[in-house]
Design a protein around this ligand. Structure first.
Ligand SMILES: Nc1ncnc2c1ncn2[C@@H]1O[C@H](COP(=O)(O)OP(=O)(O)OP(=O)(O)O)[C@@H](O)[C@H]1O
Ligand SMILES: [Mg+2]
Length: 475
């Protein structure tokens, strides 16, 4: 078996890093390098357990198992000679020396847990920005040497992680923070102990580094340039990580929008917004409408003065509480006599699968919900126009105490790669954002038009007009 790597790929192949990120631009030969590397470790270290991940199952097969340059082709001679075997059932190649290359994905929510007991010697992740930081950290925690005997010539190089990616997907922010920003490309440094303490390195790859692709498809660059959004073109063609295209709420800034808590005047209208979750976090926001008399906040501005973020302290992991428990928890967090004008909630809370809907259950506990307007694009616009505000003054503020949900998760959200007018759906921790969007949609704000100073009674009134839909039936 003879495989030739291009110079940039060879550099990555020989890298002494144990937590490597290879990539940047599209087409730079990233996926190919991961496949070759996986095969190398399996052949060089008998008993090696290598895992090659992609986020979804179809991508995994299409990219790595089928077509020219795929594992099937690269391993063809070994498979034909009986020195390696493919098991469809296991989704793995077994090598004669006892090594295994497992093809893995996290297509479904529960998939991560399958790797709980895994001992991973070589972790290879393709399109790393399709993964959340939580997923990556979990997989990294499975990387260990165990009893594996590493040949002397390769001492210190295992266990290891090799990742490849383009910028710009849901994991853009955390990947950039971990590999790209801290040091110049090519530098080798030790990651902080809290982040695993491995030897990190970022090696950029550009399309020009992959002569195979350009020879086979000379129009590739032109097609990339025709993508539309200039930022997306820069990200994919040049591997530019400083793109705003990734960030959905780049308008948010800690200086402008975060304020220290103060006692919210009793006369300000207050309401809640809810996003439901059980294995994923739920998020409850408490909002007050400023009346223009306090702390320099413009009349009509929304102030997020409290939140309850239902996570267990690990990214995107929920508390698995029942709707009754959440309703009770909401009431416990409120002051005696605190008057809440209305609550807008995730429309999914109104669907019944078996017995009363979560909204009906919460109504029975005294938390009356109305169905939020779930128009995603309009909601994104509402949130953005409130962050922009009028004459330099935002129309949305957040108490610095809302740290677990809003302040931790909103700044990192990225746009939908296919829809620049919406935040990417799924794959990122968007629960506090969703409920913020519901809150903003319940009090639409158009820059230039005075915001209503009352409690938005019209929309609130609908909860009374349609009691069944809004969960009053059991109240
Ligand atoms: N050293 C090589 N020898 C032969 N073919 C190669 C080599 N490197 C890459 N290729 C081929 O070039 C094409 C593009 O490479 P690859 O899929 O690895 O790029 P990529 O950076 O992962 O692209 P994308 O950004 O689209 O995921 C593939 O068909 C691959 O098989
Ligand atoms: Mg690829």
């Amino acid at each position: 078996m003879r495989i030739e790597l291009h110079p940039r790929q060879s550099q990555a192949f020989a890298s002494p890093a144990t937590e490597l990120l290879y990539g940047g631009a599209a087409g730079g030969g990233k996926s190919f390098l991961l496949r070759v590397s996986a095969i190398r470790w399996c052949l060089a270290v008998p008993g090696c357990q290598a895992y090659l991940f992609r986020r979804t199952h179809p991508d995994l097969r299409a990219n790595h198992l089928q077509g020219p340059g795929s594992l099937m082709e690269l391993l063809g001679p070994l498979l034909a000679g009986g020195r390696a075997r493919w098991s469809e059932r296991r989704g793995a190649f077994a090598f004669e020396g006892g090594s295994v290359l497992k093809l893995a994905h996290l297509q479904n929510d529960g998939d991560l847990i399958k790797y709980q007991g895994a001992e991973i010697h070589v972790l290879l992740i393709d399109e790393l920005t399709h993964f959340t930081e939580g997923q990556y950290r979990f997989l990294r925690s499975r990387v260990r040497l165990g009893g594996l005997k590493v040949p002397e010539a390769l001492a210190g190089r295992l266990p290891r992680i090799e990742c490849a990616t383009n910028p710009g997907s849901v994991g853009h922010a955390w990947v950039k923070r971990a590999w790209v920003t801290p040091r110049p490309p090519g530098d080798l440094w030790r990651a902080p102990a809290a982040e695993g303490g491995m030897r990190r390195q970022y090696l950029p790859a550009r399309v020009a580094d992959n002569p195979t692709l350009l020879a086979a498809d000379p129009d590739y660059l032109a097609r990339l340039s025709g993508l539309g959004s200039p930022a997306l073109v820069r990200a994919l063609r040049d591997g530019d990580w400083d793109i705003a295209a990734g960030q959905a709420l780049e308008l948010f800034s800690r200086e402008r929008h975060v304020i220290e808590p103060f006692a919210v005047p009793a006369r300000w209208t207050r309401f809640r917004s809810l996003d439901w979750g059980s294995s994923k976090p739920f998020s409850v926001g408490w909002w007050a409408v400023a009346d223009g008399t306090q702390g320099g906040l413009p009349a009509g501005a929304l102030v997020r003065y409290r939140e309850w973020y239902g996570w267990d302290g690990r990214p995107d992991q929920g508390l698995r509480l029942t709707s009754d428990q959440v309703a009770e928890g909401i009431r416990e967090r409120e002051q005696p006599g605190e008057r809440i004008a209305f609550s807008v909630a995730d429309p999914a809370m109104f669907s019944r699968s078996d017995g009363p809907s979560p909204a009906e259950r919460m109504a029975a506990k005294g938390v009356l919900l109305k169905r939020a307007d779930n128009d995603r694009r309009a909601g994104y616009q509402e949130v953005r126009s409130r962050l922009t505000g009028v004459d330099g003054a935002p129309m949305l503020y957040v108490f610095s105490t809302c740290a677990d949900g809003f302040l931790r998760t909103l700044p990192d959200l990225v746009l939908d790669a296919h829809d620049p007018e919406d935040v990417a759906k799924g794959g990122q921790e968007d629960h506090a954002y969703d409920e913020t969007r519901y809150a903003c949609m319940s009090r639409p704000f158009a820059a230039g038009a005075p915001a209503p100073a009352d409690g938005g009674g019209d929309r609130w009134g609908r909860a009374f007009d349609n009691p069944v839909e809004h969960g009053w039936r059991v109240a």
